[in-house]
Unconditional design. Structure first.
Length: 155
């Protein structure tokens, strides 16, 4: 089946589903994702609420975005305020104020070991490799749940 036939089939399927085909843009990405290339899911509904309810300054946003760049899979952050200050050119005092504000709002949190995390209600950081491995682990848990006679995995 040629590309034109595939597009026609897609158009018909979208019409049947009630999707306005005039508003659909298909673009080939300039770069393909590689298995270990990091990316973040951003949850826009939560961000709308955050921007409406919290008084974040541009400095706070720059600090948060820089922290996102350092976030590891599952949103752990292994850098301190000095690194953020050096990377952004923001004074250490202003970075400290932003950290405190982000912690108070619950956008950042510390665990019982004082490790810093970005709240996963806003972002989910990972790589295709990480998500693939977690999917495999989840399927293994599903299989175990099935063997135990459970309807769903226990989480």
């Amino acid at each position: 089946m040629g590309a034109k036939d595939q597009l026609n089939r897609l158009g018909k399927a979208m019409e049947e589903a009630g999707i306005d085909t005039a508003n659909v843009i298909v673009a080939k990405p300039k770069h393909t994702l590689k298995p270990r290339m990091p990316f973040m899911f951003i949850f826009p509904d939560v961000w709308s609420k955050i921007l409406d309810e919290f008084k974040l300054t541009m400095t706070d946003m720059r600090v948060l975005i820089t922290l996102c760049q350092y976030a590891q899979f599952q949103n752990s952050i292994g850098v301190n305020q000095k690194v953020i200050a050096n990377d952004t050119g923001i004074s250490k005092a202003n970075v400290s104020r932003s950290f405190n504000k982000l912690l108070n709002y619950g956008l950042l949190f510390k665990d019982h070991n004082d490790a810093l995390w970005i709240n996963p209600i806003m972002f989910a950081k990972g790589t295709l490799w990480d998500f693939h491995n977690n999917e495999i682990q989840y399927k293994e848990v599903e299989n175990v749940a099935e063997l135990l006679g459970l309807e769903e995995p226990p989480f």
